[in-house]
Write a protein that binds this ligand. Sequence first.
Ligand code: HEM
Length: 147
Amino acid sequence: MMTLSTILLFVHLIGLALGVGASTVKLVLLFKCKSDHDFVSVFLKVIRPVTKVIITGLILVTISGVCWIFYGYSFTPLLIVKVTLVGLIWILGPIIDNVIEPKYKKAAPLPGETGSYDFVRFQKMFLLLEMTATGLFYVILLIGVLL
Ligand code: HEM
């Protein structure tokens, strides 16, 4: 029997699969850029569609989560921690997409070139923020299972 709670769980699980999955793929591809600068131009071509999947996932988990609360799910301390961490991802995402990524793209080496000092610096920042955002996704996932 499809109840509202079942539908919300279905949407929540699709959202987390898209968000956690695409965020992990983006991080794996960024690590590949670190060891192979020729891969950077490929990475820059796929980054937009991958980011769109992450954002779609985040929107789905947030809407279904808010609906759960709206329909009476009690705000436990664990849920407050979880929602705060999700808020952090919503802040980190635009910083990565609109501040770090454009700088990384501008400094990116062409195929056959090695990265400049600036490029390596932005790559370190990019990796650090991506690892933080993806790590947060996994921590939130764990908290979700413990709820
Ligand atoms: C990155 C974002 C998120 C991830 C990865 C995530 C993950 C999860 C997981 C794995 C569960 C357990 C599902 C199950 O019982 O099988 C869950 C449940 C839940 N999540 Fe999330 N969640 C996220 C965002 C949110 C947000 C933003 C809210 C609230 C605004 C929220 C509220 C809830 C609630 C209330 C439950 C319990 C539902 C129930 O047991 O009926 N989640 N979440």
